[in-house]
Design a protein around this ligand. Structure first.
Ligand code: ATP
Length: 281
């Protein structure tokens, strides 16, 4: 299983390492360097540093109000911190607009599902391809052939994801008619359609029953395995986090109190005190 502790790692260089179950984790994809984020007088994130490696599943956990969502929004580029730097692919990332973030290859799902309820599953997933579409209406009219080829390529990618996430049977169904767990899977499909280099999942299991959680866990692991997708997730369900993640950042009151493999985090006194020791959902 993932995250067996440092002792189980074969290699620990800047080029990455190999997990106990043989997955290759690459070098640093993104580095959060001394990040501080304030909302007026509220300090949501206080001087936090950590990194995200290519190919890993990285979790951010912590009690309510710890600053997890704020951190995910900094990673996604939606919030720009007042202090500190985000280093992405080796470069300091400037303040960006949302469409620029999407072009950088960062896709996300939301805590409260954000799909087009009246549209079919297929059309919702196609919206994930928008920034891959180059042909505008004029080009589509003038160079029908190339626009058609682009459309075919987009459809092919979307069909691949539909097959992979086992949602062929609902591809024509309007999203509004789907049960909650399937909506979450469609949201994952839409994010994957963007072919992200980093996938951000905001509480992917929230509100799910046990069976739905098991399915979603399997898909997150399979996506990582099949496409090598670097994944960052926020999640309240501790069992899920410990099973899925290679490394875990623990936040409390805006500070980082732990960072390591699930094993290391589980045995961290501060974490036990702040988070694991209290009943939490
Ligand atoms: N847009 C905002 N404006 C003002 N304060 C905010 C905003 N977003 C977050 N905060 C505050 O920042 C702190 C961290 O909030 P955040 O939502 O990041 O925590 P969280 O760990 O994701 O919590 P939860 O688990 O409840 O979702 C809280 O005190 C919150 O009230």
């Amino acid at each position: 299983m993932n995250g067996q502790g440092d002792a189980m790692r074969d290699v620990a260089t800047d080029e990455g390492y190999v997990t106990a179950d043989g997955r290759k984790i690459g070098g640093v994809a993104m580095e959060m360097r001394n990040i501080t984020l304030r909302f007026g007088g509220v300090v949501a994130i206080k001087d936090i540093s950590f990194d995200i490696r290519w190919g890993e599943i990285r979790a951010i956990i912590g009690p309510n109000g710890a600053g997890k969502s704020s951190m995910l929004n900094v990673i996604s580029g939606f919030y720009h911190p007042q202090e500190g730097d985000v280093i992405f692919k080796g470069y300091k990332r400037p303040k960006m607009r949302p469409y620029q973030v999407a072009r950088m290859g960062i896709a996300r799902t939301f805590q409260n599902i954000a799909l087009f309820e009246g549209m079919s599953v297929l059309d919702n997933i196609m919206t994930g391809r928008l920034h891959h579409m180059k042909a505008n209406l004029f080009q589509q009219a003038m160079w029908w052939g190339s626009a058609q080829r682009e459309e075919d390529a987009n459809r092919e990618q979307v069909e691949k994801i539909i097959d992979f996430l086992e949602i062929q049977h609902i591809r024509k169904t309007p999203v509004a008619r789907l049960p909650y767990g399937l909506k979450k899977r469609v949201e994952l499909a839409r994010a994957l359609a963007a072919e992200p280099s980093i996938l951000l999942l905001d509480e992917p299991m929230a509100g799910m029953n046990v069976e739905e959680k098991e399915d979603m866990s399997r898909f997150i692991l399979d996506v990582n395995d099949e496409f090598g997708t670097t994944t960052v997730l926020i999640e309240h369900d501790m069992g899920v986090v410990m099973d899925l993640s290679d490394r875990v950042v623990v936040m409390d009151y805006g500070k980082k109190i732990g960072d390591g493999t699930p094993e290391e985090v589980r045995n961290n006194e501060d974490v036990i005190k702040a988070y694991l020791g209290v009943a939490h959902e």
